[in-house]
Ligand binder design. Sequence first.
Ligand SMILES: [Zn+2]
Length: 452
Amino acid sequence: MTVLHAAQALTPAGWQADLRLTLEAGRFSSVEAGRPPEPGDTSVAVLVPGLPNLHSHAFQRGMAGLAERRGPASDTFWTWRETMYRFALRMTPDEAEAVAAQAYVEMLESGFTRVGEFHYLHHSPDGRPYGHVAEMAERIAAAAALTGLRLSLLPVLYRWSNFGGAAPNEGQRRFVSDLDLFARLVEESRAAVTDLPGATLGVAPHSLRAVTPDDLSAAVALAEGGPVHIHAAEQVREVEECEAWSGARPVQWLLDEAGLDPRWCLIHATHMTPDETVRFAASGAVAGLCPVTEASLGDGIFPAPGFVAAGGRYGVGTDSNVLVGAADELRQLEYAQRLGQRQRNVLAAPGASTGRALFDAGLAGGTQALGAEGAKLAVGAPADCVALAGADPALIERQGDALLDGWIFAAGSRAVDAVWVAGRQVVAGGRHVAREAVAARYAGVLRRLMAA
Ligand SMILES: [Zn+2]
């Protein structure tokens, strides 16, 4: 049993001073405001619920920063993807676990307490399934168990290389499954997460490039009511090819044919018409925004003002993990809007804090998208929380929402002091408790992968 005392804390009833929380059996068993600290309490300056990271490809952390040299022609998403394929094709299960553990340590150190792992690196390097078809998913679960990050596992159905069922290419051999194999992957993935506290399982038909309409229906059925995630409308070329195939744009097609509802999460949804934007918002599905990766890949800017005005729900994800940071994603989301609109404080309501608006949306949208029980500082809720360092230069003398503005816009991950997941402290003094061991194993893996 741990008792935390927070000088300031963000509860469902708003900011409260002198909050005492008892963490017991993974949950908050008592939460009382206006109480002085008692001997034996762990005192923190600022306490907020842990954020969900709704979209990650953990293995890509290993190639972060390796695709920043310009090629002979103009460099696009599609040349980055070639680098990613070459990297992915070499990784053994043990190496994938080590890279995922490194990514998950960094997520926790930045204030994320759950990850939605959109997992498509399934098969052996020659493309044959492992004897245990979910071998790689089990490694993701092992990395989550090792680091204490909560897991929402989203096994990916990847069948084709382009719209209309074009045959997959050689670089995709580790990703590709037929429907029978995918059903086994989902079943074994479900077993792989059963022992992880609070884990959820969904499915992820990769994109409308990679599944046909029939494949999509089959995949959704396997979710058994859990989350359904799909990449959509990330790239202009993808939108054009979707129109050539179906006469409809990707988000339009999903609205018309797939029956979007609150279980769904469309990753990116960057390129939408105003009509698609409003209809997507009205569906109750979540927009899974990955602002740092979208900027890294030159995808474009999500039409956030129209989406938010129509009541749209969104959360954030670290996607390619080129940079891992909860504050970084929220800040980049707002900054892209500012650059596009040539305005400030685009995503806040008039008179309100932008940091608070981003934080609340990311918490609610990410929780919904991952089919998870939400983190909140309330009795009975999962004890997943983040302490911010009140002594950080960007947080000094701030109160309430200004603390979130200081974290997101002025300090970033540096302000994260301590993190608890399921009542267990996994970050202390800004460092994950297993940081050194995880980093040493990761360094060994990178030495081999970079030499190959
Ligand atoms: Zn992605």
